[in-house]
Each structure stands twice: as C-alpha cells, then as structure tokens.
Design a protein around this ligand. Structure first.
Ligand code: IMP
Ligand code: MG
Length: 182
C-alpha cells in the first residue's frame, strides 16, 4: 500500500516514484540488458546492502539464459550525505573475473565515489567488460566519470528512501521511492 508521506526517525518523506513506474522502467532496462548480454553468460555483481531488491528484479526479468550473481559489500555512507570513504569491500577476494562480462548492480549513484574506488579493483581482475546497471543517478551530485549503461531514473539531488535505499537503516522495505520533504 502506497502512503503519500511517511516518517523515518526524525524526518518526513513524500512519495516520489511509484512501484508500478519503477518496475516498468526496470523491465525496459532489462530488455536492453538481455539483448546485450544474453549470449555472454554475464556475471552480475550486486552491491549490498542497497541493491538487493534491484538485483532480484533484474534476475526476475532476465529469463532462462545463463547468468551468475555475486554480492559485495561496500560501505561509504552514513546519515544523509556521502562520507566519501569506501570503508570496506567484502566478497571480492577469490572471485574469478578474468574474461567475464560483469554487470554491476547498484541502487543509486550519488557522488560516484563508491564506484570510482571499486571499478579499479575490478579492472585488476581482467574482466572482458564492466557495465553498470543503476536504479537511480543524481547527475548534479556526480563527481566522478561514471556511466550507467542501464539507468532507471536520473533524479534531482534530493535524499531518497525505498527500494533498498535507507535512511540510517530504515526504509529499505518501501516499494515506492520517497524523497525527503523540503
Ligand atoms: P556515492 O559513492 O556518493 O555514489 O554513493 C553511493 C551510495 O550512497 C549508494 O550506493 C547508496 O547506498 C548511498 N546513497 C546515495 N544517495 C542516497 C540517497 O539519496 N538515499 C539513500 N542512500 C543513498
Ligand atoms: Mg548502495
């Protein structure tokens, strides 16, 4: 059930993108993704925690062609602004990426610093290609040269929750996306 506005901790949020619009847009991106990678047995690398719902939605839209999925955890965020530090990369050790077509699944690209630090670590493992699938991108906040080949929505520079995105731990379960009320 969609609510027009919600409270998480001390802040109020109002509905911004509906579940229907989000799912339709992801399905459209997934058509392109399939067309590009169906024959290439891609390895999806989903970035935890935020991308778990998007990862499931991409897999549900993928169909029967071969694919694999792995998860890594990179943490660079606390509160409502990016700290700019990638605190940890868990799960990459031991992953064999040589000659694989990698599709990174990310909830949102904000400053781009998280991916800016993660991509070189992936490159070292000599994959055949690296593409990015992001549900959201904030072009005004972007500081790094990062391009999402598959992008759900380009959005204003406002703090969002829902669809895996949290405000200090809350809101990941919301299936519509909400923005911080001005
Ligand atoms: P970046 O390194 O600044 O691009 O930030 C990337 C990470 O910050 C994302 O994967 C999110 O986990 C988090 N983040 C960025 N913007 C938001 C937001 O509006 N709401 C919740 N989390 C966000
Ligand atoms: Mg994230």
């Amino acid at each position: 059930m969609k609510k027009a506005s919600i409270q998480l901790h001390d802040k109020e949020f109002e509905v911004f993108l509906s579940r229907q619009d989000i799912e339709a847009r992801i399905a459209a991106c997934c058509q392109e993704l399939r067309r590009d990678f169906e024959a290439k047995k891609p390895l999806f690398i989903a970035i935890l925690n935020g991308s778990f719902l998007l990862a499931a939605e991409v897999i549900k839209n993928w169909g029967h062609a071969d694919c694999e999925i792995e998860f890594v955890k990179l943490k660079s965020y606390s509160g409502t602004s990016s700290t700019g530090k990638v605190l940890s990369v868990l799960g990459l050790e031991g992953m064999r990426l040589e000659n694989r077509h990698i599709v990174i699944i990310e909830d949102i690209i904000d400053t781009g610093r998280t991916l800016g630090r993660f991509l070189p670590q992936l490159q070292e493992k000599k994959p055949a290609s690296i593409s990015i699938f992001s549900l959201l991108l904030k072009p005004e906040a972007l500081e790094e040269n990062i391009e999402a080949r598959y992008l759900g929505f380009s959005v204003e520079n406002k703090f969002l929750v829902g669809w895996g995105l949290d405000y200090n731990g809350l809101g990941r379960n919301l299936l519509d996306i909400y923005q911080l009320k001005a």
